[in-house]
Design a protein around this ligand. Structure first.
Ligand SMILES: C[S@@+](CC[C@H](N)C(=O)[O-])C[C@H]1O[C@@H](n2cnc3c(N)ncnc32)[C@H](O)[C@@H]1O
Length: 519
C-alpha cells in the first residue's frame, strides 16, 4: 500500500483555518512515476478499493455511504489506519463532488456525463487525494491508476492517468480561483467553493435570515457542512453509563449531559453501544428531546402520557422513553413505516418494557377524536428535507431537490395540527425538524398559530438553555405575528447550527394549548 503520507490522518497539521489542506506551492516538483500506466501494478490497495466500492454503490444503487462504508470496511478487513483513510477519502470525494466535477470538466475533452460512471468515480477519488488530502501526487496518481486497472480495466487507465496529471498541476485554491474568477453571483461562487448545490446555498442564506442570524455567517455554515462530524453518544439516563466510552478514548460531551464525543473508530465495538444502553445521537437531537422532557407543565397537572408522533428510527424515542421511565411516565412511539417501526422497537429494547409501546399509525390520525386529549408531552419530529444534517450524509446534498421541501410542508403542517389536537390542555408539543429551511420551520409554526387560536408558544429558548451545558443559545425566530392574540405571545423558537453549536441544524418550537380548539 502506498499512502506516502505519515501524517495523513492528522487533521490539525494539514488543514488551515478554513479546514483545507495547505497545498503545495505552485510549481513544486511533482514526482510522478516514470512508468506508463500499462507497466504499473494491477492491484488496488484495500483502503482505496473500499472507497471506490462505496462510491460505486452510491452512484449505482442510490446507497447511503454511511451504511455501506462500515460494512465494506469490515468485509475488506481494514485495520484502524486504513479504515480512517478510506473514510476520509469516501466522504471527502462525495461531499466535494461538485467542486471536483467542475475541476475534472476542465481537464477532460468531453462532457463528464459521457464518461463511464466507474471511471468518473475513480477520477473523483483521485481528485480528492490530489486537492484535499496530504497524499503526495505520485502516490495519488499511481494508486488511482492501479485501482482503475484492477477494477475497471486497462482501457481507461491511460485517460485517468492523463486527467489526474492535469488536475495535479494546480492547487485546490488555484482551481477555485480559476473556476470563479469571472463569476459575480455570490451563490454560484459559494456553490463551487464549498461544493454545495446552488439552491442549497440560497436556502441556507434564507434560513440564516429567517432565524435572525447574520448572512455573513453563510461561508462558515457551508464550511461546517464539509467537516467530518464527531460521533456523539448519549448514555440512556438511569440505564447506561459512559465508563467504557471514556476508557476507550471518548471525551465528555460539552453540549448536553450524559453525552460523549467518540473519535476512536467503530462505535459498534463498544459493548454499551451493542447493548443499546449507549446510543449514537447528535447532541442537537439530544438537546431538543431533553427540552421537551424537562419543560415545566402547569403545577398540579398530569405528566404521565408522552407521545413521539414520528419516531422512526427511534433516536429521540429511546432518550424520551428512558426519561419517561425515570419519572413514571409512559411513551407511545409512533412510526407508520413498518421497517422503521421495527427499528424503533430495537432502539427501545434497553428501556424497561412497561415504560413504552410502539404504534404504527399515520400520525395525522392522532387527535382525530377531539374529546380524547390524551397526551401531556408530544414530540413532532417531522419528516423533513434534512438540510440541517448534510454533514452526516455526504452524498445527500446531491440527491435532494428544492421540490423536496415543498412536498413535505403539507405533511409537516398536518402532523403538527394532529399533535395540537391530541395534546391535553396545558400539555406541551415540541415541533422539531433537522432542517433550518423557513418553509419547514417558521412557516409551519406560523401556519399553526393562524389555525389554532388556542395555541400559545412557550419560551423555547429558556427551555433549551436549561438543558444544555454550554453558553446559552440565542433565540431564533420570534413568533409575534399572524393571529389575533399574537401580541400576547412572548415565546420564540430555537435554531441550532453546525457552525455555531457544532450540532446538526435542529429547529425547535415548544407550544401549548390553552383551551379547546373552538375557543
Ligand atoms: C425525522 S424522522 C424522525 C426521527 C426520529 N424522531 C429519531 O429521532 O430517530 C421522521 C419520521 O416520520 C415518519 N413519518 C412519515 N410520515 C409520517 C406520518 N404520516 N405520520 C407519522 N410519521 C411519519 C418517517 O417515516 C420518519 O421515520
Amino acid at each position: 500500500m502506498n499512502y506516502d503520507g505519515a501524517a495523513r490522518h492528522d487533521h490539525s497539521s494539514r488543514r488551515n483555518a478554513a479546514g483545507r489542506e495547505r497545498n503545495r506551492g505552485f510549481g513544486e516538483q511533482r514526482n510522478f512515476s516514470a512508468a506508463a500506466p500499462s507497466q504499473r501494478k494491477r492491484t488496488a490497495d484495500k483502503a482505496r478499493l473500499t472507497a471506490f466500492q462505496v462510491l460505486r454503490a452510491v452512484s449505482d444503487q442510490d446507497a447511503y455511504a454511511n451504511l455501506v462504508l462500515p460494512r465494506q470496511i469490515r468485509e475488506n478487513r481494514l485495520d484502524k489506519q486504513d479504515a480512517g483513510f478510506a473514510t476520509e477519502l469516501t466522504y471527502g470525494a462525495l461531499r466535494e463532488q461538485g467542486l471536483y466535477d467542475a475541476v475534472l470538466q476542465l481537464c477532460v475533452d468531453r462532457p463528464l456525463s459521457a464518461l463511464d460512471a466507474p471511471v468518473l468515480d475513480a477520477l473523483r477519488l483521485g481528485a480528492h487525494q490530489l486537492l484535499s488530502m496530504r497524499v503526495p501526487a505520485h502516490a495519488a496518481l499511481d494508486e488511482t491508476v492501479s485501482l482503475v486497472r484492477s477494477q475497471i480495466g486497462m482501457g481507461p487507465s491511460g485517460l485517468v492517468n492523463a486527467v489526474l496529471r492535469k488536475v495535479s498541476r494546480q492547487t485546490r485554491e488555484e482551481w477555485i480561483q480559476q473556476l470563479t474568477e469571472d463569476v459575480t453571483d455570490e451563490s454560484k461562487i459559494f456553490s463551487t467553493t464549498y461544493s454545495h448545490p446552488e439552491w442549497i446555498v440560497r436556502a441556507f442564506r434564507q434560513s440564516l435570515v429567517a432565524h435572525g442570524r447574520d448572512v455573513s455567517e453563510l461561508e462558515k455554515l457551508l464550511a461546517a457542512d464539509n467537516d467530518a462530524p464527531v460521533v456523539n453518544l448519549v448514555a440512556l439516563p438511569g440505564i447506561g453509563d459512559l465508563d467504557e466510552v471514556f476508557k476507550l478514548g471518548g471525551r465528555k460531551g460539552k453540549f448536553v449531559p450524559d453525552s460523549a464525543y467518540y473519535e476512536s473508530g467503530d462505535v459498534g465495538r463498544l459493548n454499551s453501544v451493542r447493548a443499546g444502553v449507549v446510543r449514537v445521537q447528535d447532541a442537537g437531537s439530544q438537546a431538543v428531546a431533553r427540552a421537551l422532557a424537562d419543560v415545566e407543565l402547569p403545577s398540579g397537572t398530569s405528566d404521565e402520557e408522552w407521545l413521539d408522533l414520528c419516531a422512526g428510527p427511534g433516536g429521540k424515542a429511546s432518550l424520551l422513553a428512558a426519561l419517561a421511565a425515570q419519572r413514571g411516565a409512559f411513551l407511545t412511539a409512533n412510526e407508520p413505516q413498518p421497517h422503521r417501526a421495527d427499528l424503533v422497537e430495537d432502539s427501545l429494547g434497553a428501556v424497561p418494557q412497561d415504560a413504552w409501546q410502539v404504534t404504527d399509525m399515520d400520525g395525522r390520525d392522532y387527535g382525530k377524536d377531539q374529546t380524547e386529549r390524551l397526551f401531556d408531552r408530544i414530540m413532532v419530529d417531522a419528516p423533513c428535507s434534512g438540510l440541517g444534517a448534510l454533514r452526516r450524509r455526504p452524498e445527500a446534498r446531491w440527491r435532494k431537490k428544492l421540490t423536496d421541501v415543498a412536498e413535505l410542508t403539507v405533511l409537516q403542517s398536518e402532523l403538527l395540527d394532529a399533535a395540537l389536537k391530541a395534546v391535553r390542555i396545558g400539555g406541551v408539543v415540541a415541533y422539531v425538524t433537522c432542517s433550518p429551511h423557513p418553509a419547514e420551520t417558521v412557516a409551519i409554526v406560523e401556519d399553526a398559530i393562524k389555525k389554532h387560536p388556542n395555541l400559545r408558544i412557550l419560551d423555547t429558548a429558556a427551555a433549551l438553555n436549561s438543558v444544555i451545558m454550554t453558553a446559552p443559545t440565542a433565540p431564533g425566530h420570534t413568533f409575534n405575528s399572524g393571529a389575533a392574540s399574537a401580541s400576547t405571545w412572548t415565546g420564540n423558537s430555537i435554531q441550532l447550527w453546525p457552525h455555531v453549536n457544532k450540532t446538526d441544524a435542529m429547529f425547535l418550537t415548544l407550544m401549548t394549548v390553552d383551551g379547546p380548539e373552538e375557543s
